[in-house]
Design a protein. Structure first.
Length: 305
């Protein structure tokens, strides 16, 4: 009996040792750092670099047409006005400047007014530096593409609008040597859809598709409205290029692609509303050249979101 009691006492002692520990004697779990607690198991370490490309977009400019983001074949991005600057928009610029022509680049020191001297619409000959009223009537035709502007006028308007005159891909002044290269010219890239076609939609042109002599004859003065793009066929065929209108037809467009800044500058979209043989091709007239069928549109750099 005494032997059994001894065994019972020993058994109770073992149980008490194993089960009778207090909370203070138990092993405590070490807390995980915050980064390890909160982060999902598949998240990269906090100092790991993301390989996701930053998002870019066109800023909302101060004035003028909507900007559309385009890209070259190599993926270089920029923004271009959806349409040409209108007479009404250019009139706002003239009123805002109030005759002040200061602040232009040095090559434009000769430009002392924002509008070419007018001659009567029925004049038999328009001399250099003059223009007829078909190109600028913001009261009667505010939604027509502005004409009768020289290169310096176009450059100043775009700067005032919070943009820049279209030129070299990536910004800055382009050259006449690269003005037809879609990899380097913003305008050429847009009109040829990254160099893939002769026109924004393909390789052939049917008279009347854009604002040309046939369209004006068929539709009358309303054909020259560049703000109403509903039903227009004069745009690119794919992607963002489909949102850019009237690169051919309508007015020919100044660009910032010059032999030297402000001199020997390119004018794209050779041919205009006056003819039916419209093209994406550029020519190089004098920078102070004006005509009712010479206008422009603006471009801008993309912004990282």
């Amino acid at each position: 009996m005494a032997h059994k009691n001894l065994l019972l006492i020993l058994a109770c002692a073992v149980v008490a040792t194993a089960c009778g520990k207090t909370g203070a004697d138990q092993v405590k779990a070490e807390p995980l750092p915050d980064a390890q607690v909160d982060a999902p198991s598949d998240a990269p370490p906090p100092d790991a670099k993301s390989d996701v490309a930053p998002q870019t977009a066109c800023t909302k400019a101060l004035h003028g047409a909507k900007l559309v983001k385009l890209a070259t074949k190599a993926g270089l991005e920029y923004c271009m006005d959806q349409r040409e600057v209108t007479a009404g928009e250019y009139s706002e610029f003239i009123q805002a400047k109030g005759g002040d022509t200061s602040g232009q680049i040095a090559a434009c020191d000769w430009n002392v007014e924002w509008m070419a001297p007018f001659v009567k619409p029925d004049a038999s000959e328009v001399v250099e530096g003059e223009c007829d009223a078909r190109g600028y009537d913001p009261v009667s035709f505010p939604n027509r593409a502005v004409g009768c502007v020289d290169w310096c006028d176009a450059t100043a308007y775009c700067a005032w609008a919070g943009k820049r005159l279209c030129g070299q891909v990536g910004g800055g002044m382009g050259t006449t040597q690269t003005m037809s290269d879609p990899d380097q010219s913003e305008w050429a890239n847009a009109c040829t859809v990254q160099g893939s076609s002769k026109y924004p939609w393909g390789d052939s042109y049917t008279a009347g598709r854009c604002i040309d002599a046939v369209a004006i004859q068929q539709k009358g003065p309303a054909a020259r409205d560049v703000t109403d793009v509903s039903g227009s066929l004069c745009h690119g065929a794919t992607g963002a290029f489909a949102e850019i209108y009237d690169l051919v037809g309508s007015v020919q467009e100044w660009t910032a692609e010059c032999e030297t800044p402000g001199k020997g500058c390119a004018m794209h979209g050779f041919g205009s509303m006056a003819v039916t043989a419209v093209t994406c091709d550029p020519v190089v007239p004098p920078a102070h050249d004006v005509s009712y069928d010479i206008g422009f549109r603006c471009c801008a750099d993309v912004e990282t979101q």
